[in-house]
Write a protein that binds this ligand. Structure first.
Ligand SMILES: Nc1ncnc2c1ncn2[C@@H]1O[C@H](COP(=O)(O)OP(=O)(O)OP(=O)(O)O)[C@@H](O)[C@H]1O
Ligand SMILES: [Mg+2]
Length: 370
């Protein structure tokens, strides 16, 4: 075997980029594969251009890397399976495992895994059984490929349910109980053959179904978070999204088998970051115990008519010396696209992150370049 790279990433977006930067600090050599030519990852390490659904292209990456991991869960497990055969590699070189990936990729299978494991989660059924088993209000979800709420619909009444029929009749939809949650939480869970543990439980505020703000939740959902990972027989790093009910109970919403937006604060909290933990797990190194200071993260999304980034950055640094800006290097700042994030640490970190982001956004708008 003469793999030139230590770690290969399927996907070259910001999650791969930040993982690669963490891997480079451990002196690992990384390679990424992405359909885009210039990607957040290609700016920091060698990259391949190719479709992630093409087994030949995936095999090309696998062939060159000792260990493989992924930055999104949408690459069909079947494609990776085929690619492993083409590259003549054992599935053990990939974290997360392909069985886990296949379960997570189908939101209905994922819910059923929690249900049969006894992990708390809303009841979910195939769309055909929705009215009989769930009733109203209910949430309709695309079983495959949803992100940032794009595959999520609500039905409070039979009329609303009918209005979604043209969509779900195309196939691949499920229904689940609507959860009247008090707040949404997330916990990063790591699991190796020898070590299992969690980063702190965070509260996540979503705006238009996109994560807006993340800060410590002052509660501990570790036990339920770990049960979610065990239910899908997962090894590696996982972001577990949870609902907290009025009575303090936790329900599992969904799981991501990779670093997660709600773990970005760990880049600046003073302890191990979620990215280094991911790299450690993917390369079979011992995971570290996560410990750090109270830290808050505010996402920065692309805006209409964005002006000069350099000016926005200089205004941010001038006015908020303690704010840490992480910019992903995306070629285009489309409105709503995740472009970067800002972390702030210590007392009042939440207020400070919001204020810092406002300064940045105000300066980034066209006309603020003077
Ligand atoms: N059963 C539910 N009851 C109430 N609200 C829900 C339910 N399921 C999802 N939601 C809301 O919709 C949002 C998006 O749902 P979900 O996380 O399943 O979709 P996604 O598009 O795959 O995820 P993401 O936004 O994390 O990429 C949740 O963060 C939550 O605010
Ligand atoms: Mg979600």
């Amino acid at each position: 075997m003469n793999q030139q790279f230590d770690l290969g990433f399927l996907g070259g977006g910001q999650l791969a980029r930040m993982s690669i930067m963490a891997a480079q600090r451990l002196d690992f050599h990384c390679l990424s594969l992405d359909p885009g030519k210039v990607t957040p990852s290609s700016l920091v390490a060698p990259s391949l251009q190719g479709e992630l659904t093409d087994p030949e292209k995936v095999a090309h990456l696998i062939h060159q890397c000792k260990y493989i991991t992924l930055e999104n869960e949408f690459i069909p497990a079947q494609v990776i399976r085929q690619a492993l055969i083409i590259a003549d590699r054992d599935p053990s070189c990939i974290i997360p495992g392909l069985g886990t990936l296949a379960t997570i990729q189908d939101k209905l299978l994922q819910r059923q895994a929690y249900q049969s494991f006894g992990a708390p989660t809303p009841l979910a059924v195939p769309i055909e059984e929705a009215i009989e088993s769930i009733g109203f209000p209910m949430v309709l979800k695309a079983r495959f490929g949803g992100y940032d709420g794009k595959g999520t619909r609500y039905a409070k009444t039979a009329e609303e349910f009918e209005s979604h029929r043209p969509l779900f009749e195309q196939g691949g939809w499920m229904a689940e109980q609507f959860v009247p949650f008090k707040r949404e939480l997330a916990v990063m869970v790591y699991r190796s053959q020898t070590h299992t543990g969690c980063f702190p439980t965070m509260e996540t505020v979503q705006v238009n179904h996109v994560c807006d703000l993340v800060f410590p939740a002052n509660t501990d959902a570790s036990e339920v978070g770990i049960s979610a990972v065990e239910a899908v027989q997962g090894f590696g790093l996982f972001g577990v999204e949870l609902f907290e009910l009025e009575n303090g109970e936790f329900l599992i919403n969904e799981i991501a088998p990779r670093p997660h937006n709600t773990g970005h604060y760990t880049l600046d909290w003073g302890g191990i970051s979620q990215f280094e933990q991911h790299v450690r797990l993917a390369t079979h190194l011992t995971p570290a115990a996560p410990e750090g200071q109270e830290t808050c993260m505010a996402n920065v999304l692309g805006i209409e008519d964005a002006g000069s980034f350099d000016y926005a950055r200089s205004e941010l640094l001038k006015n908020h010396a303690q704010a840490n800006l992480h910019w992903y290097g995306k070629a285009e700042a489309r409105p709503g696209r995740k472009m970067g994030h800002i972390n702030t640490t210590g007392p009042n970190c939440r207020e400070n992150a919001i204020a810092a982001r406002q300064t940045f956004l105000d300066a980034w708008k066209t006309g603020s370049k003077a």
